[in-house]
Write a protein that binds this ligand. Structure first.
Ligand SMILES: Nc1ncnc2c1ncn2[C@@H]1O[C@H](COP(=O)(O)OP(=O)(O)OP(=O)(O)O)[C@@H](O)[C@H]1O
Ligand SMILES: [Mg+2]
Length: 240
């Protein structure tokens, strides 16, 4: 039977050295949906994203993107297969211009035409970046940097986008803008998004589905409305 999910993870085990963090994590993200990945500090959310993008080698399990197993492949091959990872921390190259930062994200593409088209798309989608393309990225605010790192990831034309705490440290107004952007990437571009967030309430408000990790294990997985309505789960794991 064809695999309907854009991203399927089966019994993923991964960690660092002797330490096992992810314990048989399983999830299925349908194409064009947002899955919120929630859980307390140290639950394993970042490790999950780093394992999907090949930065941490899994010890066991499968990571299927459109049915192809990417577990144990190199990070650049995983990017070429359509998975883009935006790490925590709004990490732009401050001493390069906005355009140079965007171009870095397109380097994985072969061919100047594809790169130019991606840049034109970025400027159409993000007029704020177009207006300031010659300015140094270091002149942007935290929220603007978050938008730039997402735009940079989109330059690789991903189908699956992994976002690690995009709202962390942002003013409430920028949190709303970033969440709106993530929602539009699903609705307009059909991206499949794994959205790691400490801010469970904001993430569930835009997500289709949610997954709660605790000590590297999946303790709940359901549609977003069901998780939001679960008072005990919210109190124990989601902090709202
Ligand atoms: N490079 C590393 N080497 C060893 N252990 C690590 C490393 N990175 C993370 N860990 C450990 O793995 C566990 C999961 O960490 P991880 O960063 O994946 O959690 P998280 O859910 O993203 O937490 P946070 O909400 O704080 O970002 C923690 O116990 C952490 O101490
Ligand atoms: Mg983390």
């Amino acid at each position: 039977m064809p695999d309907a999910a854009a991203l399927t993870i089966e019994d993923l085990v991964a960690g660092y050295g002797q330490v096992t963090v992810l314990q048989e994590v399983t999830l299925a993200a349908r194409p064009g949906t947002i899955t919120a990945v929630l859980g307390a500090n140290g639950a394993g959310k970042t490790t999950l994203l780093r394992t999907i993008s090949g930065l941490v080698k899994p010890r066991a399990g499968r990571i299927l993107v459109d049915g192809i197993d990417l577990a144990r492949r190199r990070p650049e091959d995983i990017t070429r297969a359509g998975v883009a990872h935006v790490p925590e921390g709004q990490g732009v190259v401050t001493e390069l211009t906005i355009e140079e930062n965007l171009r870095l994200g397109g380097l994985i593409r072969s061919g100047g035409a594809a790169r130019s088209a991606a840049l034109a798309d970025a400027y159409q989608r993000f007029p704020l970046l177009a207006e300031r393309k010659r300015r140094l990225a270091g002149t942007l605010s935290g929220g603007e940097r978050q938008i730039l790192v997402i735009a940079r990831a989109l330059m690789a034309a991903p189908r699956v986008l992994l976002l690690d705490e995009p709202s962390l440290g942002l003013a409430p107004r920028m949190v709303t803008q970033v969440m709106d952007l993530v929602r539009r990437l699903r609705d307009d571009a059909g991206l499949t998004v794994l959205l790691v967030e400490q801010n469970a309430r904001s993430a569930l408000a835009i997500a289709d589905h949610g997954l709660v990790l605790n000590l590297g294990k999946v303790v709940a997985a359901a549609d977003a409305a069901t998780l939001s309505a679960d008072v005990a789960l919210r109190r124990h794991y989601l902090g709202f």
